[in-house]
Design a protein around this ligand. Structure first.
Ligand code: SAT
Ligand code: MN
Length: 583
């Protein structure tokens, strides 16, 4: 046995001694194993099989009603030095955290099977991929990890070769929110999660590994782990530009990643590589290349219909695990804005009563292999990834932020990313609709001090002169009555087109204090029912409100004290000066 397999075996043994499972199963990732687990969960009631005619191989999982979203207030970064976790994270001393967790994990798997789940984040033969092993007592987690990652024998083989892997320990425990913790030990490359069976807290390959731990690894190794969708945009001439976009959870990453062009833009096509996470590396020529570390989607269900996201809507009619949706009389999944059928049972399995709130939980999810997507990119498995033409930041903001603008240069782009703010959504527990700073859409996911993270981002300017341009978009502007000003969904391609034309130096732009904005005539509004004055509003920069915004950004940045990079402050000053001149 190689030393990495010995280390793995030793760790599995020590976890088994602590958690005392009834049995241990090493997952191979085979079809037979998947089917066996599905059958067992169907028998135990963990999964409800759906209508086999209309939803073949689809299942419903109901999580505990107190366990339906990420729990940011119980998510910790445990570094030896508190400053390394930063004010953007909850921190606990690693020794204290281990003591607390050892207590909670003591005997936690009694009467249960302990599954050992080797997985690879990224194409199995990519130099950019990284390995992990999750130990869990939840068969729902195992089948989900098989969909979301390259899981099983091939990953184990690569662990043997690479010698390095992230250790993730998960138990659903007793699902008591008082005994629920999601703890990360970046210095030990390990994760421990207890008390939750919900996706982002329990599928440790996703946010815990591919973002929190990977962001730490990425800084040490000189790359970036980002909360970004990844797509290829093909134009009628057959050229494909790859772009990566960072939006907070439940702000439409999956919809944009699977966008279907409107009829008035014939010949365009979107190819999906990823809908949530991108790992970005500079290649030897200085080109920024991206892979999607995941192999499946864990997407928000409500709002998905044949109009908003036809690819997703069609795709989730087979081979899908739904979590916390409602059911119709004839056992079809149902959710708000599905537009067909009526709910009989709500997401908790109760008879549906409108007085009890939405039928499907607002954060109900679908889990499905990326290969089922009709717009799945040929290059999704490419070990070398794809070259990035543009990076796009965005948030959900009723006011202020224009439809699109371009940063002046990389340094300004990092400031634009650092200043992102967005209204909170149902993807995390807590109030919904409150504007908060969510730099690079990484507020819940950066595994270290944001000050150091921005420094790391800024450092790329010295490493390459071929970096992509950086943009900011906002699909969510509203008028006084709360109506969206921009139609969104497929029409967002019109904005991507402008972005690509800018990257190709095909068009000019209007220089404003916050960056470059489109000339009205450069946004193609053919066949769109949008009045010129609305477009003007979407493309306007209100100087005095932006002065307030920049003051609030500065307030936020100053919270990072001496870890705040001087270059970021300089970029900020530049915008403030330009606003002053304009005002
Ligand atoms: O955290 S999850 O991966 O469960 C979903 C999200 O918030 O993006
Ligand atoms: Mn996400």
């Amino acid at each position: 046995m190689t030393s990495s397999l010995t280390a793995l075996q030793d760790w599995v043994d020590s976890v088994a001694r602590l958690t005392q499972p009834e049995d241990i199963h090493w997952c191979t990732g085979s079809d037979a194993e998947y089917k066996r687990l599905i059958n067992e969960m169907t028998r135990s009631g963990d999964l409800v099989p759906l209508d086999p005619q209309n939803y073949p191989h689809c299942y419903l999982h109901r999580s505990h009603p107190s366990d339906v979203a990420r729990v940011e207030h119980l998510t910790y970064i445990c570094t030896v030095n508190k400053e390394d976790a930063g004010p953007n994270n909850l921190w606990m001393d690693p020794a204290d955290a281990h003591r607390k967790l050892d207590d909670l994990f003591d005997g936690a798997m009694q009467g249960r099977v302990m599954y050992v789940v080797p997985y690879c984040m990224g194409p199995i033969d990519s130099p950019y991929s990284r390995l992990g092993v999750e130990i869990t007592d939840s068969p729902y987690v195992v089948v989900s990890m098989r969909i979301m990652t390259r899981m099983g024998a091939a990953a184990l083989k690569r662990i043997e070769q690479d010698g390095k892997f992230v250790k993730g320990l998960h138990s659903i425990g007793d699902l008591d929110p008082e005994r629920r913790f999601i703890m990360h030990f970046p210095e030990e490359l390990s994760i421990q999660s207890i008390g939750s069976g919900y996706g982002g807290n329990a599928l440790l390959g996703k946010k815990c590994h591919a973002l929190r731990i990977a962001s730490w690894q990425a800084r040490e190794e000189g790359w970036l782990a980002e909360h970004m969708l990844l797509v290829g945009v093909e134009n009628p001439q057959g050229e494909i530009h790859y772009i990566a976009c960072a939006f907070p959870s439940a702000c439409g990453k999956t919809n944009l990643a699977m966008l279907i062009p409107p009829a008035s833009l014939p010949g365009w096509k979107i190819w999906t590589l990823g809908d949530d996470i991108a790992w970005l590396h500079l290649d030897k020529d200085g080109v920024l290349r991206a892979i999607n570390p995941e192999a499946g989607y864990f997407g928000v269900v409500p709002g998905t219909n044949a109009k908003t996201n036809k690819n997703a809507y069609d795709m989730i009619h087979s081979d899908t695990i739904f979590t916390n949706v409602a059911l119709t009389e004839d056992n079809q999944p149902w959710w708000e804005d599905k537009k067909v059928g009526t709910p009989a049972l709500d997401w908790q399995g109760r008879k549906y009563e409108p007085g009890n709130g939405p039928a499907a939980h607002p954060n109900s999810r679908f889990t499905i292999s990326a290969k089922k997507n009709p717009s799945y990119s040929q290059l999704a498995e490419a070990p070398e990834g794809v070259p990035i033409a543009a990076l796009i930041f965005g948030g959900r903001r009723k006011e202020l932020a224009p439809l699109v603008y371009e940063a002046r240069d990389w340094r300004h782009g990092v400031l634009v990313g650092a200043g992102v703010a967005s209204e909170t959504t149902a993807a995390a527990t807590g109030a919904v609709g409150v504007v908060r700073r969510d730099p690079m859409a990484m507020k819940p996911f950066c595994g270290y001090n944001f000050g150091d993270y921005w420094m790391h981002w800024l450092s790329f300017a010295d490493k390459s002169d071929k970096l992509p341009r950086i943009f900011h978009v906002n699909w969510f502007r509203q008028d006084k009555s709360g109506k969206f000003l921009w139609p969104g969904f497929g029409e967002n391609l019109r904005v991507l087109r402008w972005i690509i034309d800018r990257c190709e130096n095909r068009i000019g732009a209007r220089e404003t204090p916050i960056g470059f904005l489109p000339l009205r005539s450069d946004i193609d509004t053919r066949d769109l029912d949008i009045k010129p004055e609305i477009l003007d509003e979407l493309l306007s920069v209100d100087v005095s409100r932006w002065q307030q915004e920049m003051a609030s950004v500065l307030d936020y940045l100053e919270g990072f004290g001496d870890r705040l990079p001087a270059d970021l402050l300089k970029a900020h000053e530049q915008v403030v000066e330009a606003l002053q001149k304009a005002g």
